[in-house]
Write a protein that binds this ligand. Structure first.
Ligand SMILES: [Zn+2]
Length: 136
């Protein structure tokens, strides 16, 4: 909420109010801003925290969605997920059938990519193949 209202207390504001000697980020020494504080700081420790916090929150929400979809009419049509480890899925009582690829895109989907590229390329959270003519 403070981000939305522009009242997030950042180093730039502390400097403006005379409470800091510099307006730069303490971690990376780049100019501080709300965006910098929330996702722009490139310092390794901040990046790790941002990545872990937001990725896991994203994956928790994704697992809830996949869990719900897997119980529906087309649950068996889910063929791929990238929503965290099997351990994390099990913690949310999500067990997917063995045919569902996890984290590595199926080779048949992009046959021109090497196995390394399939593991490292950007991936959707999930792929569900629907029969032709199925309304969304
Ligand atoms: Zn920084």
């Amino acid at each position: 909420m403070k981000f939305r209202t522009g009242t997030l207390y950042i180093k730039k504001m502390a400097h403006l109010y005379g409470r800091a000697t510099s307006s730069s980020c303490l971690s990376c020494h780049q100019p501080d801003s709300q965006i910098h504080m929330l996702s722009g700081c490139q310092h390794a420790s901040i990046q790790n925290m941002v990545t872990e916090t937001f990725s896991e929150r994203h994956n928790i929400a994704s697992r809830l969605i996949i869990k719900t979809l897997s119980k529906g009419d087309f649950g068996g049509n889910i063929i791929f997920t990238d929503i965290g480890s099997e351990t994390r899925m099990a913690q949310q009582s999500l067990v997917l059938p063995a045919h569902v690829a996890s984290r590595t895109l199926p080779q048949w989907l992009l046959p021109n990519l090497s196995a390394d590229k399939l593991r490292s390329c950007s991936r959707p959270d999930a792929i569900c193949i629907l029969p032709v003519g199925t309304k969304k």
